[in-house]
Design a protein around this ligand. Structure first.
Ligand SMILES: [Zn+2]
Length: 407
């Protein structure tokens, strides 16, 4: 069993867990055994064949509150293997970073959380509150692991959720929601020279896309930018001289916390009933939701955010060696202080996480993201993790473990 954080991370990176291709339960069982071997009670909870979650509960001094530390076990596929510097499941250790699939998203986050739990346990330090470590399967696709956890255990008494998704060691306090819609439009064909005699299904599809774009892209979120309505699939048409009677399309809609997916659905339904059906009485439009993950946002005025910011400030100062007064050290410290402003700024992420599944039944539960990985490297060939980010995240999670919640 690895006896340091780096070795633990390399072990996790060496256990392939590509969603839909590998047996995700292998890495789940490894983590479970690792925790147990280090004296922490952990269980592997089966979700489906080849898929399992890992759950470990560490009793706190105050048992009335539980904080969940969450990360996912699966990764996305490798893409073109020729572009990789080394096989993606064989971590390539370089001086400043490690290259492997899952290094940023998010086995580094898992390793930081697991190693912190083990270290604190071995030092006999109890967390201030109950800590529930939850490693989930199937985050990159359907969120089966998070759903299973909610069904089996519920989210009662959960004070907040901390997820180690890649944020580049900044505090993540907002994430976009995601709504995928599939639409099928039926019009009627006619000769291309007499378009007024047909009902152009592609025109209707494009009108729907434009309408939703106008309705939902006007917001502005300080960290997330505006919501987006993107036409991602469009099929239809028979010949260059025929009006298309059929259109199949998909929309990928990413919402800031300003909007709920139900508002988009209601706007779509109203547009179909009050505009499309008036203009084209013979047309029919069928639509369905393929994926629905809500947006999440924590106000910068929230007390919890201030507590995490205090930890962030403390961890940032670790870089600065104030004792050393030589001219060089002073210049170096000034540069570090300057750089530390970056760590204090909160970020928003555009990708969705298991948080949208976990807090679905209780959207009031605050969610924070903090991980050593970098979002820009996730899902990319030669995905990497920088060792300096890893060290910083270890210091951060150790401080979080000992933090007392104050409200
Ligand atoms: Zn992820």
């Amino acid at each position: 069993m690895p006896d340091n954080a780096k070795a633990l991370l390399l072990a996790l990176l060496g256990k392939p867990s590509v969603n839909g291709e590998d047996n995700e339960s292998a890495i789940a069982m490894y983590i479970c055994e690792y925790l147990k071997a280090n004296g922490i009670d952990a269980i592997c909870e089966w979700v489906a064949p080849g898929r399992a979650n890992v759950i470990a509960v560490i009793e706190g001094r105050d048992t009335s509150q539980t904080v969940i530390w969450n990360g996912h076990l699966d990764t996305v596929p490798y893409g073109d293997l020729n572009v990789w510097l080394s096989p993606p499941d064989q971590p390539l250790v370089l001086a400043d970073r490690v290259v492997a699939r899952g290094s940023s998203d998010m086995k580094s986050g898992l390793a930081v959380m697991i190693y912190t739990l083990v270290q604190m346990h071995q030092k006999g330090i109890q967390p201030a509150y109950n800590l529930l470590f939850l490693a989930t399967c199937d985050e990159e696709r359907g969120g089966m692991g998070a759903m299973h956890f909610c069904e089996q255990h519920g989210m009662d008494n959960v004070q907040h959720l901390l997820i180690a998704e890649p944020t580049g060691c900044q505090l993540g306090i907002a994430q976009k929601g995601c709504l995928w819609l599939d639409l099928s439009i039926q019009g009627s064909t006619s000769h291309g020279a007499y378009p007024e005699k047909g009902v152009n299904a592609l025109d209707i599809g494009i009108a729907i896309h434009q309408h939703l774009k106008q309705a939902f892209e006007a917001d502005q979120h300080a960290l997330l930018g505006h919501s987006t309505v993107t036409l991602t699939k469009l099929n239809g048409g028979i010949a260059a001289n025929m009006v298309p009677d059929q259109c199949e399309m998909s929309l990928d809609i990413r919402l800031t916390p300003a909007y709920q997916s139900a508002q988009v659905c209601a706007t779509l339904e109203a547009f179909i009933n009050h505009e499309i059906k008036v203009l084209y009485p013979d047309a029919s439009v069928f639509w369905q939701i393929v994926n629905d993950r809500m947006a999440i946002g924590l106000a910068e005025t929230h007390a919890l955010y201030h507590q995490y910011q205090a930890i962030q400030a403390k961890v940032s100062k670790l870089d600065v060696n104030a004792e050393n007064n030589t001219a060089n050290a002073k210049a170096e410290n000034a540069a570090k202080e300057n750089n530390n402003h970056k760590w204090m700024a909160p970020v928003g992420v555009r990708y969705f996480t298991d948080a949208s599944v976990l807090i679905k039944s209780n959207p009031e539960i605050p969610v924070l993201l903090y991980g050593p990985g970098r979002a820009a490297l996730a899902h990319q060939p030669n995905e990497a993790l920088y060792w300096s980010d890893f060290e910083r995240a270890l210091a951060f999670y150790e401080a979080v473990y000992q933090m007392t919640l104050q409200f």
